[in-house]
Design a protein around this ligand. Structure first.
Ligand code: NAD
Length: 369
């Protein structure tokens, strides 16, 4: 029986123990009063290997929201890692607080990160941590001083550094697979691709697209990053905002900014036949994947095509080798094709097919372990 905390909300423990979104192996609530650390480490699954996922540092509105976020994110990592072909399960951590450095009025300090590292180490390798929103390679360098199960470190500390290069490469592979499925050739040559957000990942994606012969249209809320892209590629055009981009005459739309890009307003307005981009959590709510399919739009699931970053941090654990990691990220092409084939065979949207394949891989690993 659930124990409601508010009208209609069964509470996070119910999510954990009773719902389909739960089933986590363990959750560690961490507190270090001296440094002010309050954190949640959620290990969803170790069926495929040690749980791997980043540390989000965020000023949550409530402690319950923090736990719920950790649970959801950890579960998402199980699926992402399974489809990336990694020998890793899914986990994620959240640190509760303002991610700005203590010197700027925030909660982040060396003492806090070290305390956090000791909690991760207490799991003895069941969870491997990395960067996420609000944490950076420099932070992981500090965490690594207390915990050997840390990746996403700086090259100076033996890490692989910025993961956006391989993330963009992986998204490009997903887009090539989409082109193969829809138009019969694995190239964007002659296609018009709209990239929303030309930050760390988006601007590398533009490089691949231009090299492949695509016409590229971009938008970003920061004029300076648009200018950076146009300085490298004068043939790239820019539009004022995402709304103008999705209504432009596109073949492919690549959301590379924030989550929720595909929603009840944007899906009916899309001109593109393919959606394939780096942003996490592109589907604003369940059901959007079906709306896309009903409009004949091929959606390459976000967590499949943006796995280049996690492939990189997983490779770092072996002693980073860029070529080896890139070869693994290139397999995103094959995985995306397999998902589209499964979607057609099962008569379901690609997002559902992707989940099924991931669940199958985890179930097989559990059977053989
Ligand atoms: N960096 C990685 O390796 C990685 C890996 C997996 C997923 N992702 C996801 O990909 C997305 C992009 O990541 P990033 O590392 O490039 O981040 P980033 O912050 O460097 O770039 C995001 C860009 O989007 C722009 N932006 C924000 N709001 C916008 C809006 N409303 N319209 C247009 N542009 C807007 C920002 O100005 C910024 O330039 C994020 O959703 C991230 O979670 C990144």
């Amino acid at each position: 029986m659930s124990h409601p905390t508010a009208a209609g909300d069964p509470g996070v423990l119910s999510t954990l123990f009773r719902s389909e979104q739960g089933g986590h192996e363990r959750v560690l609530l961490c507190q270090d009063r001296e440094s002010g650390l309050r954190a949640v480490i959620a290990v969803h699954s170790t069926a495929l290997g040690p749980a791997l996922g980043g540390t989000r540092f965020h000023a949550y509105a409530s402690d319950e929201e923090a736990v719920r976020d950790a649970l959801n994110l950890a579960r998402g990592m199980s699926y992402k890692n399974a489809l990336a072909g990694l020998r890793h399960g899914g986990g994620k951590a959240v640190i509760i607080g303002n991610p700005a450095p203590a010197s700027e009025g925030g909660a982040k300090s060396e003492a806090l990160l070290r305390a956090y590292g000791r909690f991760v180490a207490s799991l003895n390798g069941a969870y491997v941590t990395a960067c996420d929103v609000g944490t950076y390679v420099a932070d992981m360098d500090v965490v690594a001083q207390e915990c050997q199960w840390t990746t996403g470190r700086s090259p100076a500390a033996g890490g692989a550094g910025d993961s956006s290069v391989l993330t963009a490469f992986g998204v490009f592979q997903g887009m090539r697979a989409s082109a193969q499925t829809l138009w019969g050739a694995p190239t964007l040559d002659g296609r018009t691709v709209g990239v929303a957000g030309v930050g760390k990942v988006g601007h590398h994606l533009v490089d691949h697209l231009v090299a492949d012969g695509a016409r590229v249209v971009v938008t970003d809320v920061r004029p300076e990053v648009v200018e950076r892209v146009r300085a490298r590629h004068p043939q790239v055009t820019a539009v004022a905002d995402t709304d103008a981009l999705i209504r432009a005459d596109l073949d492919v739309y690549a959301p590379c900014a924030l989550g929720g890009a595909l929603n009840d307003e944007t899906v009916p307005a899309l001109t593109a036949r393919v959606v394939c981009g780096a942003a996490n959590n592109q589907l604003a709510h369940p059901g959007v994947e079906k709306d896309l399919a009903d409009r004949g739009i091929l959606y390459a699931p976000d967590y499949v095509v943006n796995a280049g970053g996690v492939i990189q941090v997983a490779d770092e654990l072996l002693g980073f080798d860029f070529e080896r990691a890139q070869a693994k990220a290139a397999l995103i092409y094959d995985t995306t094709l397999a998902i589209f084939e499964r979607a057609t065979a099962d008569g379901v949207p690609p997002a559902v097919a992707a989940d099924r394949i991931a669940e199958q891989r985890m179930a097989e690993a559990r059977r053989t372990s």
